[in-house]
Design a protein around this ligand. Structure first.
Ligand SMILES: [Zn+2]
Ligand SMILES: [Zn+2]
Length: 348
């Protein structure tokens, strides 16, 4: 069906432990039944990749053996496995990194993002770890592929995965149409939340962060107004508050910003010790406090649609570096002013 064009080397970005990212050669795999091989073009460095880089762990998931990082990838179908229909050599695709089991109670009720036996590209949640997508060639199930139309650039399409996180958060909130929205935290996820909330019809999107530079970027992609934490008052009586910083004081503060009967959606993974939750504020005002984690496949598909429709995420791209310079790319991504750093696999 296809000759394939997998020659040469397969460079992979491998985490060995904190501050130990190496570029190593890995064998090029043949796709099995129902699978294709993808020649990766670009990969986006995510907060979880950075956590493995900084601490050798994400939360309780510690790297105990070398693991290929990465779960935000776009590329071209390069080789087609047995029994695969509907995909052709050179089709451009983004890969949904999430492979839920499909059979547990949560999967059956349509909440595969909280699957009890999930697999996720580039994750140390299980041992042996699941290798990620930061390599020249990656094998993926066709169920995980979403096509990218010719008019959408790869450096835009590669935002699909973090954007899907924000699409899911908006669903958890019950939608944002006509709502006054506060987004706390203007990192990549908080900024993408501003873009999604704006695109999905929020009446007003206010963003709060400590860093002016980040706030300017969040405004460039969709926030109507910004507030520097500790200097400006973001306001109160919001219909919806999205917490995307994970900082303990910010999480406690969200409850005081929501209106009576409002909703607070926690998207950022908490860090920084025990969390004081002002329950006395939340109970009489009947505020819904909701967790939001990853996304379902249909939300990933919707994220691709938003990008194809021209969601203005370009300002969030900090830089692009060749895969062979991956350690430098991680050092850049770890800078507090960096948003998205992309790895380029095409040149290597
Ligand atoms: Zn990600
Ligand atoms: Zn499941």
């Amino acid at each position: 069906m296809t000759a394939g064009h997998a020659h040469g080397v397969n460079h992979a970005v491998v985490i060995h432990g904190a501050h130990d990212v190496r570029v190593e050669e890995r064998p090029i795999q043949e796709p099995g039944t129902g699978e294709v091989r993808v020649a990766v073009e670009l990969g986006g460095i995510c907060g979880s990749d950075l956590s493995y880089y900084r601490k050798g762990a994400v939360g309780d998931f510690r790297v105990v053996s070398p693991m290929v990082l990465g779960h935000e990838i776009v590329g071209e179908v390069d080789e087609i496995g047995p029994g695969v229909r509907g995909w052709d050599d050179r089709d451009r695709v983004v890969v949904d990194p999430s492979s839920p089991c499909g059979t547990c109670d949560r999967c059956r009720e349509g909440r595969s993002n909280v699957c009890e036996r999930p697999r996720f590209l580039g994750s140390a949640a299980t041992t042996p770890h699941t290798d990620g997508g930061f390599a020249n060639f990656v094998v993926a199930r066709t169920a995980n592929l979403v096509p990218v139309p010719a008019r959408t650039a790869s450096d835009v399409a590669v935002f699909a995965e973090p954007l899907a996180v924000t699409v899911h958060a908006v669903h958890r909130a019950g939608g944002v149409r006509g709502a006054r929205v506060l987004v706390v935290g203007a990192g990549p996820i908080g900024s993408l939340l501003c873009a999604t909330a704006h695109a999905e019809g929020a009446a007003e999107v206010v963003v709060a962060d400590l860093d002016r530079q980040r706030l300017a970027l969040a405004e460039a992609v969709g926030a109507d107004r910004s507030a520097v934490v500790g200097e400006d008052d973001p306001g109160t009586e919001f219909d919806l508050v999205f917490e995307a910083s994970g900082a303990a004081p910010a999480i406690a503060d969200t409850l005081t910003r929501a209106r009576r009967g409002g909703r607070v959606v926690l998207v950022g993974l908490p860090h920084g010790g025990p969390l004081p939750i002002p329950v006395a504020v939340a109970v009489p005002r009947e505020i819904d406090l909701l967790g939001s984690f990853r996304f379902n496949h249909d939300e990933f598909v919707h994220a691709v649609e938003l990008l194809v429709d021209g969601l203005p995420i370009d300002p969030l791209r900090t830089g692009t570096m060749a895969v062979t310079a991956a350690p430098d790319a991680f050092a850049l991504a770890a800078q507090p002013t960096s948003m998205k750093v992309q790895l380029d696999f095409r040149a290597a």
